[in-house]
Design a binder for this molecule. Sequence first.
Ligand code: MRU
Length: 341
Amino acid sequence: MIPIQSVSWGPDGLSVRIVDQRRLPAEFTACDLRTAEEVREAIQSLAVRGAPAIGICAAMGIACAAAAYALNDRASFRDALGKAALTIREARPTAVNLGWAVDRVMARAAATTGDNHAVVAAVRDEATRILDEDRQMCEAIGVHGAELVPDGTRVLTHCNAGALATGGIGTALAPVYTAAGMGRRVVVLASETRPLFQGSRLTAWELSRAGIPVTVLADNMVASAMQSGSVDVCLVGADRIAANGDVANKIGTYGIAVLARYHGIPFYVAAPRSTIDPATPTGADMSIEERDCAELLRPFGVSVAPAGVLGRNPAFDITPAELLSGFVTDAGIHRPPFRFT
Ligand code: MRU
């Protein structure tokens, strides 16, 4: 099975190629992004999604924008590059990886002396490093997290924190892939993740493609699955981890963590170091994206509520650190108490 590369350089080297996640599972197609506006739109519409993947796409998108401005005079090149970075940086507010990656390539641009072409090359190199490092961090998360997935484990996950969401084998799904690669039998329970179905559309798709057994649960079935003893461990990803260990992740994560505590089931968050944000003291300091209610009320264009009714659509929630059994990062498993500096 060819691993999924959710974000890569386009064939002409002047674009970012993404797997268009809006179309999965019906169609597995790629989409090439060339401009800052195209990258922003792809991130906002969730064509590319998942905290590490949007950071990587943003960095590569800035490199493509830089190449397009390379023949401008020096001042207008720097100006256009700054505007492109801002356009992309503000696409979504919650995942820290987005701003982190944009700031990283822009710091590299600022530190590069030489002509516009030297800056383009430096930004491109930095974006490639971000991609490569993410791939390595996913591998390391898989190795460290595999101890949580002994033979026969039934893992509950939420949303998609797999290969589609990263530059490598995922974060929450990395221990699953690694354990399966070691010959262990693993079963994944994927909560469907209303309103955009990342669990049923994406997690179920990539795991079945890899030959790993997966069962989809409607979000409201998680409590009963735990009550009946069908879940051994919960593994989820993160969009931002505060200094005190509070976690922003896909809406619904908090509820699963509460249920896991009640049922005595270990609950782990898997994330690379780029998702830790020591500058944000607690979950209360995080900005939670509010999305268009049409995603909730008219999924895939089908009305599931009366016309004119109100809805709410926060994309993420905050899981307090006290509900976590630990973090699985590329540096190892961290157990409480948490303090990220
Ligand atoms: O809105 P999405 O689909 O981008 O939300 C994604 C998640 O919440 C993931 O769990 C998180 O980004 C981690 S991906 C490794």
